[in-house]
Write a protein that binds this ligand. Structure first.
Ligand code: HEC
Ligand code: HEC
Ligand code: HEC
Ligand code: HEC
Ligand code: HEC
Ligand code: HEC
Ligand code: HEC
Ligand code: HEC
Length: 459
């Protein structure tokens, strides 16, 4: 099917660019390649297109196919191009928009554009996906630590930005860690200059980007521009650009799980482009990230709210059952088990659920111990004010943020190496180190001079 769509796209463009007035709909109905005269009858079934391209929209494409051919070529490969959703539909804004500017190609006209495109633009045609997305941790909550949270602002600018060592906050380099790091995954807040264009490297950004018109979210993190492919988003690599590394190694966990093994060995033969909610076992033989967290499967329908199928909060220092803005954990547990039930029997499903509950209980047991020791030390004045030069507090951070997440998420997604060697094995060792520092401080009623922890920490 893909090749046919490709051909249709080229045909639509060729038709427009030579200036014929034939509407897109007519080209589809005929299904005749103008150059060869060959008919492509299958097009009749697949493409129902009611909109033609306005001359203004055709102009954007014509000029940009020379000025930015990479963008136009990707766009042409996507399904939206074949439904004649163009640059004009997504980039043109009202003159009154805070983001309105003009590229050199439209200077002096009454058309205004923005290089920034948020989920609000998509919501015109995909209201349900955007509504679900906005309720999820991928929207406002994702940019919260980069935009609002005091502790992490301190981390970004005072510490990583080098302010503590004398690099002024007025220097653009002070923002470099945010612009190259946190913002690219979480999203930040876009700031505009007098020309209505982004300043201070605040754009582009990651999933929860906050736009100057108050809208939130960048859909391109999973459906890369300008193809906006559903196939891409179903593959685990679509999540891997953010869900990796020492503190949330989800792609690593997945690739070592049995599911990842099957994906790696058989994924090439899977059917990736079935229609939404029609992508079912048989198209694939093992789940990807999308299957478990988002896709329609069995009686479940597709959701863009990735919190919907979660029970536990496995990211913060103590794991609790999700509630409020983080989701509904009791309901989430039931939904996730419905995913498994498409391919596993009740005995194994119960085992996996019970194991995760026990893993969370064991981790929480350790964490409560850490918190108790820390409280004791604080009461006796035996904690340094700067946690980053205090061995106890440094290890306590790595305990929950790195090893503790690896143990919990490794168990949740069936990666035994992460649950154990990168997880619980390190947790018990770090707990013993914490006990040793605790005992030393209590016994001597003083804090050791130098931090006992290497700057890179135990990874
Ligand atoms: C379905 C909506 C959609 C269509 C159609 C679309 N774009 Fe985009 N475009 C986006 C989104 C989303 C972004 C990312 C914006 C963000 O991160 O704020 C983007 C970003 C861009 C950027 C800025 C990023 C960069 O790489 O410099 C340019 C330039 C651009 N698009 C040009 C075009 C052109 C030219 C066309 C027509 C061939 C087009 N777009 C069609 C949605 C669209
Ligand atoms: C005659 C050529 C031409 C036409 C027509 C044209 N553009 Fe552009 N566009 C450019 C060029 C060249 C650039 C590079 C920046 C510049 O010169 O302003 C650009 C830049 C852009 C950018 C990126 C702006 C940025 O700040 O990074 C977007 C988005 C864009 N155009 C969208 C459109 C849309 C939408 C249309 C149709 C309404 C359109 N363009 C029509 C030539 C054109
Ligand atoms: C003017 C209406 C319109 C706008 C605006 C729009 N879309 Fe679409 N989109 C469509 C239509 C129509 C289709 C169905 C195309 C088809 O299947 O033939 C579609 C399909 C899609 C698909 C499925 C593609 C596939 O491979 O099956 C994705 C993903 C998508 N859009 C994402 C977006 C995103 C992200 C935005 C905002 C940046 C956006 N759309 C803005 C009309 C729009
Ligand atoms: C490689 C992408 C990436 C980078 C870079 C990154 N994060 Fe994250 N962060 C994530 C992902 C993915 C999660 C969610 C993990 C989970 O749910 O298990 C997360 C979770 C978090 C959380 C916990 C969730 C919450 O909202 O309370 C905070 C806080 C956080 N990150 C802050 C930051 C800050 C601040 C920076 C930069 C100093 C940063 N992150 C850099 C990807 C990233
Ligand atoms: C551009 C980066 C990025 C991509 C790509 C991405 N995520 Fe996330 N994800 C994040 C961040 C950042 C968070 C943390 C949100 C927060 O702060 O609460 C997160 C959180 C999550 C959470 C936990 C939600 C919560 O509230 O705790 C799940 C589940 C999740 N992502 C699944 C996925 C899946 C599945 C994919 C791929 C289909 C994916 N993500 C792609 C950045 C990303
Ligand atoms: C975390 C990754 C991720 C993000 C972010 C994301 N999508 Fe999707 N999207 C997917 C996946 C995965 C599918 C395919 C679900 C399936 O298997 O049917 C999909 C499917 C779609 C479809 C096809 C119809 C449907 O609902 O299944 C549309 C339209 C769409 N997305 C639009 C959007 C829009 C608009 C946004 C921004 C609000 C967005 N997506 C953000 C992962 C993502
Ligand atoms: C077999 C189904 C399955 C697959 C495949 C899967 N997950 Fe998960 N995921 C789960 C389950 C189950 C949990 C724990 C749910 C709970 O809280 O009870 C989880 C938890 C998570 C969390 C932790 C959320 C939190 O509490 O912060 C993130 C993030 C996540 N998954 C992302 C991903 C990514 C990214 C991939 C692909 C690389 C992936 N998942 C693959 C089932 C899956
Ligand atoms: C699309 C089908 C599919 C779905 C959905 C699915 N799995 Fe699997 N799973 C498999 C297959 C196939 C295997 C490989 C069985 C083997 O080892 O021969 C497997 C293996 C496993 C294993 C490794 C142990 C074993 O049996 O070899 C665990 C653990 C597991 N699945 C848990 C889950 C959980 C928990 C869920 C739901 C959150 C889930 N799976 C969803 C297909 C699936």
């Amino acid at each position: 099917m893909k090749e046919l769509f490709g051909k249709a796209g080229t045909l639509i463009l060729a038709t427009l660019l030579v200036g014929l007035t034939m509407s897109v709909a007519m080209a589809q109905e005929n299904g005749v390649d103008q150059a060869t005269g060959n008919t492509t009858p299958k097009l009749h079934k697949k493409l129902v297109i009611k909109r033609g391209l306005s001359p203004e929209a055709a102009k954007c494409i014509e000029c940009h196919s020379k000025k930015t051919p990479g963008i136009v070529e990707s766009w042409k490969k996507g399904k939206m191009a074949h439904a004649s959703v163009t640059c004009f539909d997504c980039h043109v804004v009202e003159k009154s928009s805070p983001m309105a500017s003009q590229c050199s190609g439209i200077k002096g006209s009454n058309i205004y554009i923005s290089p920034m495109v948020s989920s609000k633009t998509c919501s015109r045609c995909h209201p349900q996906e955007v509504e679900q997305f906005l309720k999820s941790g991928h929207a406002k909550l994702a940019s919260f630590p980069v935009v609002e949270k005091k502790k992490t602002l301190n981390l970004m600018y005072h510490l990583e930005g080098g302010e503590f060592a004398g690099n002024s906050r007025a220097n653009s380099s002070n923002m470099a860690s945010r612009a190259a790091g946190c913002q690219m995954c979480h999203g930040g807040k876009v700031e505009l200059g007098p020309d209505h264009k982004p300043i201070k490297n605040t754009w582009p950004g990651g999933v929860g980007t906050r736009y100057p018109d108050g809208s939130i979210g960048t859909c391109t993190v999973c459906h890369t521009r300008h193809q906006f492919s559903i196939e891409e988003a179903r593959k685990p690599e679509a999540c891997a650009s953010c869900h990796l590394g020492p503190d949330h190694p989800d792609i690593e966990i997945y690739m070592e799980s049995k599911h990842g093994q099957i994906f790696a060995t058989q994924g090439e033969t899977w059917e990736w482009d079935s229609a939404p909610d029609a992508w079912q076992p048989g198209d694939y033989t093992a789940p990807t990230c999308a299957t478990c967290h988002m896709s329609g499967i069995g009686e479940l329908t597709t959701t863009h709210n990735i919190n919907e199928r979660l029970k536990w909060d496995l990211v913060h220092p103590k794991s609790v059952i999700r509630s409020g803005e983080r989701g509904d954990g009791e309901k989430g547990a039931v939904l996730m088990r419905k995913v498994c039930a498409n391919c596993h029997g009740p005995t194994q499903i119960a085992k996996e659920k019970n194991t995760l509950d026990d893993v969370v209980a064991l981790y929480n047991f350790y964490w409560d111990g850490v918190v108790k020791m820390k409280k004791d030390l604080a009461a006796k004045g035996l904690l340094k004010k700067d946690p980053w030069s205090d061995g106890f507090q440094e290890i306590a951070y790595y305990f929950w943020h790195h090893a503790g997440r690896r143990a919990r998420q490794g168990a949740a997604m069936n990666g035994p190496d992460y649950a154990h060697w990168h997880g619980f094995f390190q947790l018990f060792q770090m707990y013993k180190d914490l006990q040793a520092i605790y005992n030393y401080r209590i016994k001597n009623n003083k804090i050791e001079e130098l931090s006992t922890v290497m700057s890179t920490g135990p990874l």
